[in-house]
Write a protein that binds this ligand. Structure first.
Ligand code: PLP
Ligand SMILES: N[C@@H](CCOP(=O)(O)O)C(=O)O
Length: 463
């Protein structure tokens, strides 16, 4: 399997190459040269497999000959061994049509663990082969940071610098990052938004002063391996609800467009999906793009779902590339113009291509709280604000009545217990597996929101 950049000019790489590269050298994102496709019989044969085996089966075509099937299975078995639920990503039924796919049973209570527990192992595997090291620079609105730090803390070959927007993540999220005391972990709070942090990360990859001294890697969903691992749970849900004979719809609380793009990939691989519902909060650039073709940024407004307070969605570029005819040169031009003006119109081909599978809905703060209350009062389920946005969209999307609708439950409600308590009157306790989070000491540096401050800090502290 070879991977190409969405901007057309970076060298194509194999799976190990893209895992370590993170971002392509032309500023684009790596995607497979072509989508591998399973037959209906091959998908049917996956029914009943334990999650780790299903994961190895679904991911093998993307990994190619970079890992043997046996080695891939060893890694998935190790990665999913730390999950608190045997099914890894269990389904919960809410009513005749609505389901939740609980993705928060990993060590840091959010869906990011599903991919990052594996990514940490892949880094070790591929760096070990070449006796190399990696300096990871990441941006987080709360969940990627904690999951990535958990996955790489203490690794010899990897050092991580994680940027979060100061004061814009929940207390639990911040503490999950800043109380991890390992010599290879560096937490940085910046003045600014997640988008500012993400832009700095992308700039670091192109900064010759940094890359001359350090090999920079990514844990954000710009890294293809993140998305690949997220494809698996779409298969897991479908197989439990009658797939591949029966179509499902998925509603996905969306920020950086990674999780829902993984659903798009599952569909390209042959999984029958009726619709992918993109659910946003009031930071709704994706809803405007999908419903009106208008991809223009506004200021990021803090909400009860801070992990989705994003206006520039990295992975949307992957979709625009794929549905827009895979023309890297044209997309590079379109992205350059967007980066300069912070606005773009989707082409007709992009808009029509996206509308074949995607639909979108936006929930404001009142609707988010109302959705948490509905789940609690009608179904006895306490859900977090991000999941609530997905569920709001699932319940309001126009979908055939006989299609099961699966909302991705992306975080444990205790990660956002203030918002949950405000909406439902109930404060979910932290699961025992996160331990004494509020008794541990925090360590992080605060930096101004300028690229130079962050770059200089990394250069001064990276080993
Ligand atoms: C809890 C939660 N839900 C939803 C999202 C949005 O996912 P994505 O950025 O892949 O669209 C995030 C952040 O990524 C998150 O942390
Ligand atoms: N919501 C994310 C933002 C980063 O997204 P990623 O999926 O690209 O890592 C977070 O919680 O950090």
């Amino acid at each position: 399997m070879k991977y190409v950049s969405t901007r057309g000019s970076a060298p194509s790489l194999d799976f190990a190459g893209v895992t370590l590269a993170g971002l392509a050298s032309d500023g684009g994102l790596y995607v497979p040269e072509e989508w591998p496709r399973f037959t209906q019989d091959e998908i049917t044969a996956m029914r009943g497999l334990p999650y780790a085996e299903l994961a190895a089966r679904v991911m093998q075509p993307f990994v190619g000959d970079c890992l043997t099937p046996d080695r891939l299975l060893e890694l998935t078995t190790q990665a999913y061994g730390r999950f608190a639920h045997k099914a890894v990503t269990p389904l919960v039924q809410l009513d005749e049509q609505q389901w939740l796919l609980e993705l928060f049973h990993g060590p840091t209570l959010a869906f990011k663990d599903v991919a990052l527990q594996l990514l940490g192992l892949l880094f070790e595997e591929f760096l070990g082969r070449e006796d190399g090291n990696l300096t990871i620079v990441g941006a987080t609105s709360g969940d990627t940071g904690s999951a990535a730090i958990d996955a790489v803390a203490g690794l010899d070959r990897v050092e991580i610098f994680m940027l979060h927007p100061k004061g814009r993540v929940s207390d639990v999220q911040r503490r999950q990052m800043t109380t991890v005391r390992a010599p290879n972990v560096h937490n940085i709070a910046i003045d600014g938004s997640f988008d500012d942090a993400q832009a700095m990360v992308k700039r670091i990859f192109a900064d010759a002063d940094v890359t001359a001294k350090h090999r920079i890697g990514a844990v954000n969903s710009i890294n293809w391996a993140r998305l690949m691992a997220q494809v698996v749970y779409y298969f897991a849900a479908s197989l439990q609800l009658g797939g591949p004979e029966r179509k499902l719809a998925f509603s996905v609380p969306t920020g950086n467009f990674g999780d829902v793009f993984a659903g798009y990939v599952a569909a390209q691989m042959g999984l029958p999906i009726e619709r992918l519902v993109v659910a946003t909060n009031i930071n709704d650039i994706l809803h405007r793009a999908l419903s009106q073709g208008d991809y223009s940024t506004g200021t990021v407004t803090p909400t009860a779902a801070p992990s989705m307070d994003i206006q520039v969605s990295s992975n949307f570029e992957r979709l625009l590339f794929d549905v827009g005819g895979r023309d890297g040169a044209a997309l590079a031009e379109q992205m350059r113009a967007f980066e300069a003006s912070k606005a773009m119109r989707l082409t007709n081909a992009q808009q029509q291509g996206a509308s074949a599978l995607f639909t979108s809905t936006r929930a404001d703060e009142g609707e988010t709280a109302q959705s948490m209350r509905w789940a609690y009062e009608h179904c006895g389920e306490i859900i977090d604000p991000h999941t609530a946005i997905g569920l709001h969209a699932a319940r309001h999307a126009e979908l055939p009545g006989d299609i099961p609708v699966v909302t991705l439950a992306t975080a444990h409600p205790a990660k956002f217990n203030d918002a949950v308590e405000r909406a439902t009157g109930t404060r979910p306790p932290l699961p025992a597996r996160v331990g004494d989070l509020f008794a541990r000491e925090e360590a992080y540096v605060e930096l101004p929101g300028t690229y130079e401050a962050v770059r200089d800090h990394i250069l001064a502290n990276a080993s």
